[in-house]
Design a protein around this ligand. Structure first.
Ligand code: FAD
Length: 549
């Protein structure tokens, strides 16, 4: 064998598995294919400064794009992945990108003479651009690439193709096309091929959060959810143990104020980082269904929640500028108002509405809130009270959520702001009575806002109505120890409804005159508003389309 042939044979025998999401060993098609296809496997993760570089000007500790709670969750997940790989005779090779992650990957591919590259496909715009730089390099260097779909139940591209090249824009039309997802990989293995020579490379162990330079994080609460595949599988099994709970799961019936024992699974951060395979989760739920007499159905069931996830992945993949109002064909154009003062009050949990503020504080401290709690604060910021752009709220969630997910977050902000998917803008969550319904004593508020701890039950949702003597006794003077409401909900929500009505009228084809309008286009617009943009094809009755949650 000549030297060139020998080098090619060595390269063919060496594979890199590039982890980004998909931080797991179970049901991992990229890892599974690599172990079958190569004698040496380099499992790599590159720390990305885009997400991790400290930003001292950020409103809370962390980077510009990620709060410390999510960074902590990521580091815990990497640590766990490394341990699990070590148990299989391998380890995680952690690299640090100076600037662009793709440069670090291409450098390692070249330096380690890799012949095959395996990574899970990712449909986010940032990931698509990053991955293209790497696959272009691989093509030019004769490196084989295998990039399976395993972050979602289905391949968004295939669903779009089956729908004639456009993403299905209602949940029901998505379900009609989707069918059953592929089964997860069932085979477990006890050993992985060894890693090869890493030459001069400086390999890092997973850093501690304190080492990343975020300043004083001692005051930050540690979320009660620990990252990693081990924890994900444990949490999933615990959730599915109560078969009756799984079979009867109905999302709209959950209690958003339950924080000691949340009303839902809290598997979203594990699905976000791929510590848990959504296909594996889906199939485990199906196993439970098979052992029970009856079970709820999508959209409200537990499998229905995973299908919502795939729905938003598919629409976001097929919609240019999905994360913007401008240039986004499925987004209503609404003249949101600018008010930095109101926005900051919302972001920092200082609106004077305890229900809203407690949720925003839970977001900052834990990085997770119940779905209906997210509804409340998203509605309040946008079409409910403050009339501030959904993109600003989206950015706050994107930075602070531990389950922050580009497709799902943008999709839900479009939904809640009545910019897309859902159009009943007159239905506004009350920042007072909605939370009270679930938690009349205000335990959730008392936990996250200690200043209100001693406020009597009858004033806990509207502390500004408490007589001064009561405020003094509760050691909480409104306007001093806790803010006065930034707006009057009754007046603000009325104004928001009017503004939304005007904006919707202008969004009508040939709009501009909301009073006269155009009969034909108005009736079409009504249909679009109530059923979603592609509803003309759907035969579902109205309430089914709207019952989401
Ligand atoms: P469960 O009810 O146990 O559901 C199981 C899984 O289904 C979840 O883990 C999640 O992956 C998926 N799921 C549940 N609800 C939805 C939904 N409405 N849309 C899509 N997938 C869903 N979820 C995120 O994962 N990341 C986000 O960035 C995100 N941003 C949101 C922003 C707003 C304004 C709103 C209203 C919702 C957002 N959600 C987001 C959706 C939802 O609130 C969370 O997925 C859910 O609360 C997570 O808790 P869980 O894992 O206990 O959910």
């Amino acid at each position: 064998m000549d030297a060139a042939t020998a080098a090619t044979a060595t390269a063919a025998a060496a594979a890199m598995v590039w982890f980004r999401k998909g931080l797991r060993v179970h049901d991992n098609p990229a890892l599974d294919a690599a172990r079958r296809g190569a004698a040496r496997v380099y499992p790599v993760f590159v720390l990305d400064p885009r997400y991790l570089r400290p930003d001292p000007d950020a409103p809370s500790p962390g980077s510009a794009r990620a709060g410390v709670a999510r960074v902590r969750f990521l580091l815990e997940s990497l640590d766990d992945l490394d341990s699990r790989l070590r148990r299989l005779g391998s380890r995680l090779l952690l690299l640090r990108a100076r600037d662009d992650v793709s440069d670090a990957v291409c450098g390692a591919l070249k330096d380690w003479n890799i012949g095959k590259l395996y990574f899970e496909s990712d449909t986010e715009p940032y990931a698509l651009a990053r991955d293209k730089r790497v696959t272009d390099f691989a093509a030019a260097s004769g490196i084989e690439v295998f990039s399976p779909v395993s972050h979602t139940l289905f391949d968004p591209a295939v669903i779009i193709e089956k729908n004639g090249g456009r993403p299905p824009l209602t949940y029901q039309s998505f379900l009609n096309i989707a069918g059953e997802p592929p089964a997860p990989i069932a085979e477990e293995y006890s050993v992985l091929p060894p890693i090869g020579d890493t030459g001069e490379y400086e390999l890092f162990s997973v850093p501690k959060l304190e080492e990343l330079g975020y300043g004083d994080i001692s005051q930050e609460h540690v979320p009660p959810f620990r990252g990693g595949e081990t924890e994900a599988l444990k949490r999933m099994r615990e959730s599915l143990q109560d078969k009756e709970w799984v079979a009867k799961f109905e999302k709209p019936k959950g209690d958003p104020s339950a924080f000691l024992k949340p009303a839902t699974t809290v598997l979203s951060p594990y699905l976000k980082f791929g510590c848990l395979s959504s296909r594996y989760f889906y199939h485990c739920i199906q196993d439970v269904y098979r052992s029970t007499k009856m079970h709820t159905k999508p959209p409200v069931s537990l499998t229905g929640q995973l299908l919502w996830r795939d729905f938003f992945y598919t629409v976001s993949f097929g919609t240019p500028n999905f994360d913007h109002m401008k240039g986004n064909k499925i987004c209503k154009q609404i003249p949101w108002r600018e008010s930095e003062e109101l926005f900051v009050a919302w972001r920092d949990g200082r609106t004077g509405y305890p229900w809203i503020d407690a949720i925003m504080i839970q977001l900052r401290k834990w990085g997770w809130m119940h779905h209906l709690a997210r509804h409340s604060v998203a509605c309040f910021l946008t079409r409910g009270d403050l009339f501030i752009h959904w993109e600003k709220g989206r950015d706050v969630f994107e930075r602070l959520l531990i389950d922050s997910d580009w497709a799902i977050n943008n999709g839900n902000w479009l939904w809640l702001s009545c910019s897309s998917f859902f159009y009943q803008y007159h239905r506004i969550y009350s920042p007072i009575s909605f939370g009270k319904k679930y938690d009349p004593n205000g335990d959730y508020i008392r936990h996250f806002i200690p200043a209100l701890k001693h406020m009597p039950k009858q004033y806990i949702y509207e502390p500004w109505t408490a007589p001064l003597s009561v405020q003094e006794k509760a050691r909480c003077i409104i306007g001093k120890d806790y803010p006065k409401p930034v707006v009057d909900h009754a007046a603000a929500s009325k104004e928001c409804r009017n503004r939304m009505g005007e904006a919707y009228a202008l969004n009508r084809p040939g709009g501009g005159d909301p009073v006269k309008g155009n009969k034909a286009s108005n009736s079409r617009q009504r249909k679009i508003s109530e059923y979603g943009p592609d509803s003309s094809k759907s035969k579902q009755p109205k309430y089914k389309q709207l019952r989401r949650l």
